[in-house]
Design a protein around this ligand. Structure first.
Ligand code: 13P
Ligand code: SF4
Length: 306
């Protein structure tokens, strides 16, 4: 079966199963093309929390995103095209590690990045994404805040909320894709595209954040590119973000900062995986109810922040 035939079958299955396909901005172009909704982690969480008329959600992203959709929709079936699409950063702050930090700093507020598993979210006061991390930290009454697992995002928050003490947990957590974005990448792409604005994700290293024109979540990159007078942009994040931007703004030009900055885990999802998961109703995401209930509170606290 070729891709086009598979897409036709997916569309039929979607009707039969009453399903919706959600996809993250880093999904391969073929998946972006068939998704019903594409977004960053926050937009996907908001979308997932408001789905009323569907029975099945096919989530094309990584483990923590699909888990969040399942937590927010205990009465629906959440499927993933590939159970191997697991964000390595989400495993960097297991719940028992966070509990150790909480015992060491009993008076601190506890913010966990959305890129964590449900057990860890269940131990947090509140969840954040890269789009709302500053607002979330500002919303807490505590002066000292445990923040993890991304140390680069923690640093970005610390710069923007100087009146609070941000303690990164662990000290060196982070995303292998964004950690590989370097000043050499910036220098080369700025040389090739001297009139382009440089947008980078806050998971990038400090020196890259400092050298960029804008530090933005993937959803904020979309918003910024739409509003900016600039016609060209260097995109300092996962490669396929440029596909999303280019499709939205065909009159502008988007260049990946480095074609090799690819999230291998996001790419485990395929059109065939979507087809098979819907056909066989396989790869169901489940979260233990007692964990889901606690994690849901921390996620909902985040969603209350506008
Ligand atoms: P966004 O929420 O900005 O899309 O980031 C998610 C992610 O996994 C970045 O690597
Ligand atoms: Fe995880 Fe990084 Fe991939 Fe995002 S890009 S899903 S943080 S490994």
């Amino acid at each position: 079966m070729n891709t086009q035939e598979m897409v036709e079958k997916i569309n039929k299955l979607k009707d039969e199963r009453n399903a919706i396909i959600l996809a993250h901005n880093y999904q391969v172009p073929e998946i972006q093309d068939i998704a019903d909704f594409i977004g960053d982690s926050l937009e996907l969480a908001r979308k997932a929390s408001g789905i009323k008329d569907k029975d099945v959600i096919v989530f094309c992203g990584v483990d923590f995103m699909a888990e969040m959709a399942a937590i927010l929709n205990p009465d629906k079936i959440v499927l993933v095209p590939s159970p191997a699409a697991r964000c390595p950063m989400a495993a960097q702050l297991p719940a028992d590690r966070l509990i150790e930090y909480k015992n060491k700093y009993p008076d601190a507020g506890v913010v966990v990045y959305v890129n964590t598993l449900a057990e860890t979210k269940a131990e947090a006061d509140i969840v954040c994404t890269s789009a709302n991390a500053i607002k979330v930290v500002n919303s807490l009454p505590q002066k000292t805040v445990l923040f993890g697992p991304d140390a680069n995002l923690a640093r970005w928050v610390a710069i923007n909320v100087p009146e609070k003490k941000i303690i990164p947990v662990p000290q060196d957590g982070g995303c292998y894709v964004h950690k590989k974005i370097t000043l050499d990448d910036i220098e080369k792409s700025r040389r090739e595209h001297p009139f382009a604005e440089l947008m980078v994700h806050p998971e990038c290293p400090p020196e890259v954040q400092d050298a960029a024109d804008f530090v933005l979540s993937t959803g904020q990159m979309i918003e910024h590119a739409g509003q900016s007078n600039s016609k060209e942009f260097i995109v300092g994040t996962e490669r396929d973000m440029t596909y999303r931007l280019q499709k939205l703004y065909p009159e502008k030009r988007f260049y990946p900062i480095n074609e090799k900055r690819i999230c291998v885990q996001m790419k485990k999802n395929t059109v065939e995986g979507i087809y098979l998961s819907l056909k066989n109703m396989e790869n169901k995401v489940s979260v233990k109810p007692e964990i889901a209930d606690k994690a849901k509170k921390a996620i909902e606290r985040m969603l209350e922040i506008k």
